[in-house]
Write a protein that binds this ligand. Sequence first.
Ligand code: SF4
Length: 132
Amino acid sequence: MTEEAETDGEEAATDGEDAATDGGDEVLRASDLGGEGPPIEEKPYKIVFEANKCFGAGKCAEVADNWVMDVVSGMAKPKTYYVGEDDLDENVRAAEACPAKKEAGVIHVVDRRTDEEVAPDPHGDGTLSVDW
Ligand code: SF4
């Protein structure tokens, strides 16, 4: 992909500079992650979980039925990655309660219709706040 961008010439180079200003990485969209999942009408939200940054604090499992602690790994995991309107609130609570990454959180709730992060949204602009 990078090679293609380079052969695209100046426009691509400008995009590269913009990306560098944002921290040097290409912008990762939530829709780039995970599989197709169930129909969006049924489950308009999905979870993006930075499992490698979870340190097992367990706050998520305290506030949301969708989050459980794995006894083997000691880390959290969601029962489901695709969420309907009924289960949105508890997953938002889990995302906001997670203290990992200096309180920024490693549970991300994304609106699949707009590809925007609903919670925790530390940037306040709906961009996906993962650090991969
Ligand atoms: S609250 Fe965050 S750090 Fe704690 S177990 Fe849940 S996902 Fe992991």
